[in-house]
Design a protein around this ligand. Structure first.
Ligand code: HEC
Length: 211
């Protein structure tokens, strides 16, 4: 009996030991996390401090290095889908000219300038950081696919309009561990602002579909 307990103990140590060695981030993960956390001043607005806490999606994606087993990925996508909120009037297409401006704003959020934002401040989508959209903007990133001619290629059915809205609101609803930020979930864009960007993608008059 005693031997069994001792063996069991050894086994536990061996198992935990190897689990630790494979912990995400390696053996200095804890120290690194601590250093990261203490680099934020505690008197930052609450919103920023709460951003240091990872939600289930971030934690799981970290654990699986953005490549979770399909079943777990599907669970995360479902979880994210459930967060999507729509504008009160239910209209998913706004004004493409507003959307054009919002898509190009690259300032995002700044520590010390967030919630509530100063009057008139626009956070924007910074979409060009990762996507080509209107041809006239030549400075764009390629982390995401080109969205030029989006509606020309995908059509402008209600289904595609809703897909574009949902994707911008919470990208992880479609790709569990995507690189694309969750603009609606984290209030970088309001539902109304998202409808303007949807219009920028969908409207036949928008430069996304014109040239
Ligand atoms: C940090 C990079 C990044 C930013 C910023 C970003 N995206 Fe994305 N986006 C991606 C990636 C990567 C994909 C590819 C699919 C995936 O992994 O989700 C994608 C996919 C998409 C898709 C789906 C394309 C398709 O053919 O189905 C749409 C629509 C989209 N993004 C719109 C936007 C809009 C609008 C903005 C700005 C509000 C934006 N994205 C900002 C990275 C980004």
């Amino acid at each position: 009996m005693k031997l069994k307990i001792a063996l069991f103990g050894l086994l536990t140590v061996a198992v935990t030991g190897s689990a630790l060695a494979e912990a995400p981030g390696g053996k200095y993960a804890k120290e690194a996390e601590q250093m990261f956390r203490t680099s934020f001043r505690a008197d930052n607005p609450k919103y920023w401090m709460s951003r240091l806490e990872q939600d289930e999606t971030m934690k799981t994606c970290g654990e699986y290095r953005d490549n979770p087993p399909r079943k777990i990925g599907e669970k995360l996508e479902k979880l994210n889908k459930a967060t999507i909120r729509y504008p009160v009037d239910g209209k998913l297409i706004g004004d493409w000219k507003e959307g054009e401006k919002l898509a190009a704003v690259g300032t995002g959020g700044h520590i010390g300038f967030i919630q509530p934002d100063p009057v008139g401040r626009v956070r924007g989508g910074n979409c060009y950081a990762c996507h080509e959209l209107a041809k006239k903007e030549v400075a764009y990133g390629t982390i995401g696919p080109s969205l030029n001619h989006f509606a020309k290629i995908r059509g402008n059915s209600d289904e595609i309009i809703k897909y574009a809205y949902d994707k911008i609101y919470n990208s992880n609803a479609f790709t569990a561990c995507t690189n694309m930020p969750r603009f609606g979930l984290h209030s970088w864009l309001t539902p109304e602002q998202i409808t303007h960007i949807v219009a920028f993608l969908m409207d036949p008059e928008s430069p996304v579909n014109k040239d």
